[in-house]
Design a protein around this ligand. Sequence first.
Ligand code: CUA
Length: 175
Amino acid sequence: MSDTTGDSAFEQAFHKSAERHERVWTFIAVVLLCLLLAGSMFFVVSDYGVVVRTDGFRRDPAAAATAPAADAGLVRTGANAYAVFMLAHLWTWTPSPLHMPQGAAITFHVTSADVLHGFEVQGTTINVTVILGVTGSVTDTFDHPGTYYIICNEFCGIEHQAMIGRIIVDPARPS
Ligand code: CUA
C-alpha cells in the first residue's frame, strides 16, 4: 500500500515538474519564433519598404542626362559603322523606333534611368543587362532588312511585359 502511495506521490511530483518544464520550453520556443518573425519583418521592411508601389521606384532625372546623345539615334563612327545610345526607362526604350542601315556594324551603348532592365533584340544574340549607372556595350550587324523587336528580359515592374522597342533595318540602297 505504502508503495502505491509512494509511486503516486512520485508520479505527481514528476508530472508537476514535467508540466513546468513544458511550459518553460514552450514559452522559450514562442519567444524565439517571435524574435525570428520580428527580425524577418525588420529586414524585409528595411530592404523593400512596407508597400512596394510603382511610384516608389527611384526616378533619377540626372541619370537620364548622363546617357550621352540619348534620343539622338545613330551616330556615325566609321565607314560602315554606327553607334547608338539606348536608354531604358520605365517602361520604354529610347530611341524607338530606331532606323539603321542593313549590313552596318552597330554598337549599342545601353544604360538605365531607373531600375534593372534587360536589353534583348529578338532574332539576334544581343542581350545586355541594363544597370543604373553602368553602360553596357555590344556590337552587331543586321544582315537582313526588317523589323526587330527590343524586349526587356528582366522583370522591372507592372508594365515590364509592355516594354517593347523597335529596330527597323532599312534595305541597303544599290549604289
Ligand atoms: Cu524593363 Cu522589364
